[in-house]
Design a protein around this ligand. Structure first.
Ligand code: CBF
Length: 839
């Protein structure tokens, strides 16, 4: 062991100065300092964005001490670490969350006020890193928050897309996409680490050779090499000193300039390779639950996976841990199959670069990885054409063939009389054009496989992954999703959070089960009154926002019925639309009919190439245009599509909802997490027995949940019987009227063709069985309307929903992962002067 040069040993972290101090005066001084020295502005010419940046740097400074101390502690202790590999992290804005987690939200608000600034306005300035599509990416972000809060050593690894999820605009009712330039005004939360860049090989061919010790080896001669440059973001836990790392990779050309081409006059050619390489991290694929099979996407996957695994090896080398202990040092969680190439890449690194034998490498690999499946939808299951694999990843293909051959030998032994099992389970799909099945690779290479809600895991075991379940039953387990209450309650709904803390104390923020204590306040008139008032005020704020931004007046006393999520046929936004048309038809037939006033709000993005989803957006807007201005409706119904749904906007929407629409066809939504966020904020759910809805209903009580529709088993049975949606259309007069009104061009300025593709699909195929569930949904919605009129009953139901949501904290989910198969315990980080305060 060499003794470090004393001049190079870091001094202990200093306490309470302008970069670390948390009192109001210090915060103000630090803020003005950053405005001057980082933004280069005097206060009188600074923009709101300058102020936001100065504040962000002030907060970042306070994270850095904790972050460096965390890294130092993990290094010293050689801590076992979770590496969460995800192609998406939908982080949402950092500033507010960091203020909450540092426990300085109110002080910073006051500091800003004393400087004549409004914290809310500054928070609004932040461009969120939209590096994900929806539930899967947001789940990854919630899990990183929980891991830091629970003091679990972890690194999130992903891609630093230059353009995240597109910005959505609505023009003439249609979705328009605009590129998301989230980095345009600067991103203060990250620290680039070019010194830890790593090379990633692409293309080329392999060669066999014998090394100096006479061993048979394979060498991969790539067509070219791309560099991955890490950009780190510290992620602080809630009122702890732990700040873990999110490490996102940016692609860079290995050589920025081809001098030969330049010198021979080919100026454009000289930067060609640079452009091609940098394209890898240029843009997030905007598809949720759809795999398009594009070459660039496969490049993105190998790029971030290879960078991340090489980084883990570098960390081990730095900590002088022998590589044989890789699986003891790291557990690598694969967020869906997007990182599943990691199984082959780790084998390659261990065998080709680190001279391990096959058996040694396979032993390590299969004790390192775990795989979370997030969907049953066939169109989302990833498979890559062999030809593409061979072109981009020739060495990986060889390794996959070898993994497959050995795996199929096991299958043969296990099922000697069932040769069909070989083709069914093979990692290579040979039924037509040959493909690599990524889910099969993930299952074979992992020690644990989980679904994300109880039903989903059961359906995986019975369906898509049934053969693997039979072969490896012990690998399978369920981990119902959860969400972080710090962002989705404390930050997004401060008034409700304060009201809760006043009753039951502050511990619920870290131990969400404690919300149970609220049950004893369910009959307390003061609490009920305050609970109602909070909801009303938030609805009124949203109404003002809508008036200002959409020019539509909505009634804050009406029932706010909200469906906010990606637009997808299986999520059935169009079933919701059919109810709106049904209500409208009833009003037209009898303008004096008694109905509960409702405001229907929708939000969500459609994949740019998903025509039907875009047509559903158009339909909602078209219905809104007519309903919102029909005098017969007399403001009893309002329909609005709120554009550019994002994490920031979601935080505003959840607290304003009375009713949360979770109406997917049973068996299609793996879990859902919006369902949890709405319910935590006191919305009641109308939903099917799908995904985590089932568990939410179990927790909150069936009398506090509006259930309708077929079960997953009934869906399969109805399909097997031969489902004919047209029969429903003909036999249900309200359904027929609704469809006919849309078909007549009533909502489309007389254009009968516009919605015909959507209606034809419904009437003749209806893959997602809207018609079969229509009547149950209508009846249930009518019942919701009645219950809403009974204010006491409704309030009671909403309080009980909040009180019983403890299970759905991402802290619970992370604890389950830790105990079950990550086998990781907390590593507390000591920083002397920090004393956590209650919120
Ligand atoms: O598990 C997180 C979420 O992932 C999805 O969004 C996905 O992209 N596969 C699912 O559709 C959700 O049901 C699930 O909650």
């Amino acid at each position: 062991q060499t003794v470090p040069d004393p001049r190079l040993v870091c001094p202990p972290v200093r306490v309470e100065d302008d970069r670390t101090g948390l009192n109001i005066e210090t915060l103000k001084r630090a803020f003005l300092d950053n405005l001057f020295y980082i933004q280069g502005k005097f206060p009188d010419i600074a923009t709101q964005n300058d102020y936001y940046m100065a504040l962000a740097y002030t907060v970042r400074d306070r994270l850095l001490k904790r972050w460096l101390k965390t890294a130092q502690t993990y290094t010293e202790q050689g801590s076992r670490t979770v590496c969460y590999l995800s192609a998406e992290f939908l982080l949402g804005p950092h500033l507010g969350k960091n203020l909450i987690n540092l426990g300085i939200y109110d002080d910073v608000q006051q500091a800003m006020e004393e400087l004549g600034l409004d914290l809310e306005t500054l928070l609004e300035q932040e461009e969120e890193p939209g590096l994900g599509n929806g539930g899967l990416g947001r789940l990854a972000a919630c899990y990183l928050d929980s891991m830091a809060t629970l003091e679990i050593p972890s690194i999130g690894y992903g891609i630093r897309y230059e353009y995240g999820i597109f910005e959505q605009d609505i023009r003439d009712g249609w979705q328009i996409e605009r590129s998301d330039k989230w980095l345009r005004s600067g991103y203060p939360w990250e620290v680039p680490r070019p010194e830890w860049s790593v090379p990633v090989k692409i293309g080329g061919h392999t060669e066999q050779y014998t090394d100096e010790r006479g061993r048979f080896r394979v060498r991969w001669v790539p067509h070219h090499v791309v560099m991955g440059v890490p950009h780190d973001t510290p992620l602080l836990g809630y009122q702890v000193n732990t700040a873990n790392t999110l490490r996102l990779w940016r692609a860079e050309a290995a050589e920025s300039f081809d001098f030969d081409a330049f010198n021979s006059g080919d100026y454009v050619g000289a930067v060609h390779e640079k452009m091609v390489s940098e394209n890898i991290s240029k843009v997030l694929y905007p598809n949720d639950n759809i795999s398009q099979g594009k070459e660039l996407r496969l490049l993105q996957q190998i790029f971030f996976v290879s960078c991340s695994l090489q980084d883990m090896i570098r960390i081990m080398e730095g900590q002088k841990i022998p590589l044989e202990k890789f699986h003891e040092k790291f557990v690598v969680q694969m967020n869906d199959t997007h990182p599943a190439i990691a199984v082959a890449e780790l084998m390659r690194l261990l065998i080709d670069d680190h001279c391990m034998t096959w058996d040694q490498a396979w032993g390590i690999t299969t004790r390192t990885f775990a795989y979370t499946n997030h969907t049953l939808l066939p169109e989302a299951l990833e498979r890559w054409p062999i030809a593409l694999f061979k072109k981009l990843l020739p060495r990986h293909l060889e390794l996959i063939y070898e993994i497959n051959q050995r795996f199929l030998d096991d299958v043969r032994i296990r099922y000697p009389e069932q040769p069909q099992m070989l083709s069914q389970m093979s990692i290579i799909d040979e039924s037509g054009e040959r493909y690599v099945r990524m889910a099969h690779l993930a299952c074979v290479g992992s020690m644990a496989i989980n679904g994300v809600a109880a039903l989903h895991t059961e359906l995986l075991k019975q369906g898509v992954l049934h053969d693997f379940y039979e072969m490896y039953p012990k690998k399978f387990n369920n981990k119902t999703n959860g969400v972080t209450p710090r962002r989705f309650m404390v930050l997004s709904n401060p008034r409700l959070s304060r009201a809760i803390t006043e009753r039951i104390g502050p511990n619920w923020v870290k131990h969400l089960d404690e919300l149970k204590k609220l049950e004893s306040y369910v009959d307390d008139p003061n609490f009920r009154q305050e609970f109602r008032q909070i909801k009303f005020d938030i609805k009124q704020e949203l109404a003002t926002y809508i008036q200002q931004n959409y020019g539509v007046a909505i009634n804050p006393n009406s029932l706010f019925d909200i469906q906010a999520k990606r637009i997808h046929e299986y999520k059935r936004q169009h079933l919701n639309a059919l109810y709106i048309v049904t209500l409208y038809n009833r009003i037209k037939a009898n303008p004096n009919i008694e109905i509960t006033p409702r405001t229907f709000l929708f939000g969500g993005k459609a994949a740019p190439g998903y025509y039907t989803a875009k047509l559903i957006i158009k339909l909602i807007n078209a219905i809104g245009d007519v309903v919102n201005r029909d005098p017969d409706v007399r403001d009893r119904l309002k329909v609005l599509f709120l554009k550019d749904y994002s994490v920031k906007f979601a935080q505003r929407i959840y607290p304003a909802a009375d009713l949360s629409e979770q109406i997917s066809t049973a068996g299609k939504e793996a879990s859902g997490t919006g369902n949890m966020k709405f319910a935590m904020n006191g919305a009641l759910t109308i939903g099917t027995l799908d995904g985590a809805n089932i568990e939410i209903r179990e927790e909150v009580g069936e009398e506090n949940f509006f259930l309708f529709g077929m079960t997953a088993d009934e869906v399969y049975a109805r399909k097997a019987q031969g489902y004919n949606p047209y029969d429903y259309y003909q036999s249900n007069s309200e359904l027929k009227l609704a469809i006919d009104r849309i078909a007549s061009g009533f909502f489309s300025h007389g254009d009968r063709k516009l919605f015909q593709p959507l209606l034809d699909t419904l009437m003749h195929r209806d893959d997602y069985m809207l018609f079969a569930d229509y009547q149950a949904y209508i009846d249930c919605q009518d019942y919701v309307g009645q219950v809403f009129q009974d204010v006491d009953r409704w309030t009671r139901m909403t309080i009980l929903n909040v009180a019983r949501m403890g299970k759905f904290s991402s802290d619970r989910a992370i604890r389950d992962y830790c105990e079950d198969f990550w086998k990781i315990s907390p590593v507390p980080i000591e920083i002397e002067e920090y004393s956590p305060e209650a919120i």
